[in-house]
Design a protein around this ligand. Structure first.
Ligand SMILES: [Zn+2]
Ligand SMILES: [Zn+2]
Length: 277
């Protein structure tokens, strides 16, 4: 009986951390982009279509269900860590700083590769309706969509983290950074507004990074743009949407035009206030 109370308490603690992280970060992003700075950022909005209220409620509902699943499946990992059954460690030495930073980079690359191929698998005709359809109900995603998955997808998307925790010796802070990076990249991919400098897609190295437009197009066009952190696998496997570069070019023009428009407006306001003085 005591154990049941203990595990229920632990589950609730983990759940609260997940829910707080979700509502604070997705809520802050939504408030900034869709309410507070909406007019100012109009030129950066990727789709002309607005997300419907019902779609946002669905994204929140599905994300909360995902948190319930995620907390349940994190519980054995937390218990194993507390009892010393994982390969996580807590002192930098003797592995040192190079290993610390190197392990973060390697884990991010592993996560990117895992997700790309899992994502391709989830887009197979027979698998898609059973596993991945829920995420694609959002044609115009908002930050609330970051955990809008079916329970099965939640489980397999995040299964990479226990695998890393049990099989790759990682500093406790390093795995925290890898999980935090996943959360913020996931959030960024669902902004609906482009913030990555668009001209980077012409740079020899930065073109292997992802723009917000990349994942946004995945939602609006579906069978393309599968990457999570980098545009490496999509380039290698030729799965970028054929209009990806052209869409980025359009975004670049749109952002420039909006800046010119905003500057002209400011000038007009200044000259009006001078006249009134
Ligand atoms: Zn997908
Ligand atoms: Zn998405």
């Amino acid at each position: 009986m005591f154990k049941l109370f203990f595990y229920t308490g632990l589950y609730l603690q983990v759940l609260v951390v997940f829910l707080l992280t979700y509502f604070l970060t997705a809520g802050a992003a939504y408030w900034l982009l869709y309410i507070n700075k909406k007019e100012r950022l109009r030129g950066r909005k990727i789709q002309d279509r607005e997300a419907k209220k019902q779609a946002i409620y669905r994204e929140i509902k599905c994300s909360v269900i995902s948190m319930l699943v995620l907390a349940l499946f994190s519980l054995p990992v937390v218990i194993c860590y507390q009892n010393g059954y994982t390969v996580l460690y807590s002192t930098i030495m003797p592995r040192g700083w190079i290993y610390f930073f190197g392990s973060i980079v390697i884990c991010i690359l592993i996560n990117d590769t895992y997700f790309y191929w899992l994502h391709r698998f989830m887009h197979l005709k027979a698998v898609f309706p059973l596993v991945h359809k829920t995420h694609h109900l959002s044609k115009t995603p908002t930050p609330w969509a970051i955990y809008s998955f079916s329970p099965v997808e939640t489980f397999i998307d995040f299964a990479i983290f226990p695998l890393l925790i049990f099989f790759v010796p990682l500093h406790i802070v390093a795995i925290g950074i890898v999980i935090g990076y996943n959360h913020f990249m996931n959030l960024g991919g669902h902004f609906g507004f482009e913030f990555v400098p668009v001209k980077w897609h012409r740079h020899w190295l930065f073109r292997y990074g992802l723009s917000v437009t990349h994942h946004d197009m995945h939602h609006s066009k579906v069978n393309c743009n599968y990457g999570l952190y980098f545009n490496i696998w999509d380039r290698l496997m030729r799965t970028n949407h054929r209009d990806y570069e052209a869409t980025l070019q359009k975004m670049e023009d749109k952002i420039k035009n909006q800046k010119i428009h905003a500057y002209a407006n400011d000038q007009r306001k200044n000259s009006c206030s001078e006249i009134h003085q």
